[in-house]
Design a protein around this ligand. Structure first.
Ligand SMILES: [Ca+2]
Length: 280
């Protein structure tokens, strides 16, 4: 038996774990789950997106939509006003954010309350509602970035903390994707300094010096454990088919609290990638 402990990052294994946990829970709950399945509470019923397209809104249509949702077992909706779309149109459009539009939203909320439906409003820059040239960078949605400093105490700390990343991009220091050439204005502001005592056993995966192998053999995998989301490794899919994989092998056991896997254009997992069509 190999004394080493191995962690293989494969989606099938992760899914299997979730299934086992669910089954164990189901056996313990028995009748409660069965009854809940037959007569699901509102909290378990589906919600749906509810698009208002191109200002084609009427109170009559609102009532018909919501009564239909109630009738077929939908428990709520997320109102998403968008300036495009197809379908039924009306002569007099209701312009977004106009007094008449606000009145129809108020009417929709009162109808949702009457029908005991949960109502939420879609909020995303790039569509309507929260995005627009009138929104200044400091008022727009932001991402939280951070830098870390380890200090061994007791000590009086009086140094300058390292600057967190301030680039545009989806998360931490990852660069912005390449679909749009338009350069967004960059905004940075300090938020808070959080100091806390770390567990004596806490450490990084890199400090354990894992042996990292893939379906292509041993690779220089420094970029996988350098805590830098802009440095990556490319692993070609096997020529003969089958999944591409990465395996971390450790000399001793440890308690893993979190694993982060990042890729600029997403992590390619799933059946299509098992066919050897793509590389990760
Ligand atoms: Ca990296």
């Amino acid at each position: 038996m190999n004394p080493a402990y191995k962690l293989r990052v494969m989606m099938t294994i992760i899914l299997s774990v979730f299934v086992l946990v669910d089954l164990a829970f189901a056996q313990g709950q028995g009748d409660v789950l069965e009854q809940g399945f037959k007569n699901p509470p509102d909290s378990a019923k589906p919600r749906t997106w509810w698009h208002w397209t191109g200002g084609n809104i009427t109170k009559e249509g609102i009532t018909k939509d919501l009564e239909w949702m109630k009738r077929i077992g939908i428990a709520g909706m997320q109102l998403a006003d968008v300036s495009f779309g197809i379908g039924q149109t009306i002569e007099e459009k209701i312009e977004f954010a106009s007094p008449q539009w606000l009145d129809t939203v108020r009417y929709a909320a009162s109808e949702a309350q009457r029908l005991e439906l949960e109502m939420a409003i879609f909020s995303s820059a790039g569509w309507s509602l929260t995005g627009g040239p009138w929104v200044k960078p400091e008022q727009a949605m932001k991402k939280l970035v951070w830098s870390e400093t380890e200090v061994e105490g007791p000590i009086r700390f009086n140094d300058k903390l390292p600057q967190p990343p301030s680039n545009n991009g989806p998360i931490r220091n990852m660069g912005r994707g390449g679909r749009s050439k338009q350069q967004d204005p960059t905004y940075y502001g300090d938020s808070a300094v959080v100091a806390y005592r770390t567990p004596t056993t806490e450490g990084s995966m890199a400090s354990l010096n894992p042996k990292i192998t893939t379906n292509s053999g041993i690779i220089d995998a420094t970029a996988l454990i350098d805590d830098d989301l802009n440095s990556t490794v490319t692993i070609p899919a096997p020529k003969g088919g089958g999944p591409a994989w990465v395996q971390f092998e450790f000399a001793r056991q440890f308690h893993a609290r979190a694993i982060t896997i990042a890729g600029r254009s997403g992590i390619p997992v799933g059946p299509n990638f098992y066919l050897g069509k793509k590389a990760i």
